[in-house]
Write a protein that binds this ligand. Sequence first.
Ligand SMILES: Nc1ncnc2c1ncn2[C@@H]1O[C@H](COP(=O)(O)OP(=O)(O)O)[C@@H](O)[C@H]1O
Ligand SMILES: [Mg+2]
Length: 348
Amino acid sequence: MMRYLRAAALMTPLMEVGASFVVGAILFFGGREVIFGRLTPGAFFAFLGAMAAAYAPVKNLARTNAELQRAWTGVERLFRILGEKTSSPKRRKPDFSGLKQGIRLERLGFRYPGARTWALRGLDLEIPKGARVALVGPSGCGKSTLGRLLMRLYDPAEGRMLLDDADARDFDAASVRAWGGLVTSESSLFNDTVFQNVALGRRVVTLSEVERACETVGANAFIDALPEGYQTLLGEWGFSLSAGQRQKIALARVLLKNPEFVVLDEATAHLDGPAEKEVLAALETVLAGRTVVTIAHELRSVVGADRIAVLSAGAVSESGTHAELMEAGGLYRRLFDLEDAARPAETK
Ligand SMILES: Nc1ncnc2c1ncn2[C@@H]1O[C@H](COP(=O)(O)OP(=O)(O)O)[C@@H](O)[C@H]1O
Ligand SMILES: [Mg+2]
């Protein structure tokens, strides 16, 4: 866009200045030829007329250049994405087959491309298989970033993520992503049918499987009420759903994927009281027996976790169970007391 704007903004002044010089030069040299009698005035004016007629097409050409610049930037970006290598086809890494003991993060560091500061730095964390681990901390401390790294949407810049005893990078990235499931507070719906939105990315899936997943998360009632049931178009161009309904679609999606490891990144943040209760109940069924990392902004909702890790400025500042952290009287205690004080008395 910058390049296009620059080309477009430069075009008019350059053309005008260029044209002035050209007209000046023609008048000077042509006029001299006429004065010395080497050129007739008629031929000179005919030439001037032809030059004036040529001005508009030349200007159009310059405009075409500006458009070309714009198209070219688009093409460059498109091909950068198309050319992105996910895994080298020659020496394909082995597939990740599942966790035996747990995930271990060692001195993990990560910086977003182009960012000056580290989003995570020197982070150590252990997630035993089958455990429920909660991540809490002030906003901007890197919780969502950690969630993305756990899903291998990004690879760490420093340190390692170990799956059992092997570096996550030694496995095929797609197989690690297939092993986990991520639910965020903003789940994307695509301009497609309810069925395709739930089946997302799965090649072979039957309607009854999709229906079963939707039933488990309590989404079947509102889907059946849609004009064309599972074939209703959703998204920007289709039927729009409430935040709670979207979230249930996202949960059905994860359930159908049947991952061994689930990251919930403030999955109920945009829901009101009753919708949150419903989704939490649905989550219980979805998550039974899986390794779960819950990212929460409300500490109250993670009290029962096996382990709570408190993040601050990109690293784990303390971890333990709710009781241990309350006992320790650190950041967790402070955040918990703040939250407690802010809550209306009748909900305590
Ligand atoms: N896509 C991104 N590109 C660049 N910086 C980002 C991006 N996402 C988050 N950040 C930065 O990384 C830090 C951690 O963000 P995040 O993980 O979203 O925090 P949290 O989820 O704990 O609120 C913040 O400083 C944020 O500004
Ligand atoms: Mg976040």
